[in-house]
Design a protein around this ligand. Structure first.
Ligand SMILES: Cc1cc2nc3c(=O)[nH]c(=O)nc-3n(C[C@H](O)[C@H](O)[C@H](O)COP(=O)(O)O)c2cc1C
Length: 183
């Protein structure tokens, strides 16, 4: 798959199963994240890789957040099950620092670019993934449990694994007219 084919035909995959990326495959994914564009070379991100027991711990953390937030039994069960939708999750945390030339939003965007780069590196190696967020990204219990400090922002949970179903290779060509103008 060449780079243009990847960018034009990529799609997110919600139904993921084993195997997850491992060894060099995982290293390539993390290295791609590290190569995200980054104003000021701050590397304003941290990647938390979860699999196996890590997924169990994340499930327990989300459940605890739902219980302590008194969100009800239904949300508790959903929170507990959510991490099991893939064999691997990489949580991407934007480590936002005060900087004279690089505002906070640029640092968050850079961390977001890292999510996308990692997702594409996974797809390029035959895996699938989906970038998820939701209210847990803002939850103080979840943030503390994942080692965030006050200025940190969780920009996403990148679910990775092997697609359960074979998706069609070609994606419809987008209509550009409403999204693009030439100045
Ligand atoms: C910042 C961000 C957060 C997202 N959060 C969620 C989410 O919580 N749940 C979800 O189903 N999709 C979420 N998405 C969208 C999916 O990652 C995906 O882009 C969407 O399902 C469309 O599929 P596609 O990427 O194949 O076009 C999010 C995307 C971004 C960029």
């Amino acid at each position: 798959m060449n780079a243009l084919e990847l960018l034009l035909n990529r799609r997110s995959i919600a139904r993921l199963t084993t195997p997850a990326p491992e060894g060099n495959e995982l290293q390539h994914i993390l290295a791609a994240g590290m190569r995200a564009p980054d104003h000021g070379a701050l590397r304003p991100w941290h990647f938390v890789v979860m699999q196996g027991e890590g997924i169990d711990k994340f499930s327990a953390l989300l459940e605890k957040a739902a219980i302590e937030g008194e969100l009800g039994k239904e949300v508790e069960a959903k929170a507990k099950n959510a991490p099991y939708r893939a064999p691997m999750i990489i949580t991407v945390i934007a480590k936002v620092v005060e900087h004279a030339k690089v505002p906070a939003w640029e640092q968050v965007v850079a961390a977001g670019c890292a999510v996308h780069a990692m997702q594409m590196a996974a797809v390029a190696q035959g895996f699938g993934g989906i970038w998820r967020s939701g209210s847990w990204t803002e939850d103080p219990i979840v943030k503390a449990g994942l080692g965030c400090n006050e200025n940190d922002k969780i920009v996403g949970f990148l679910y990775l694994g092997t697609p359960e179903l074979k998706a069609p290779v070609k994606v419809a060509t987008p209509d550009l007219t409403q999204f693009v103008s030439y100045f």
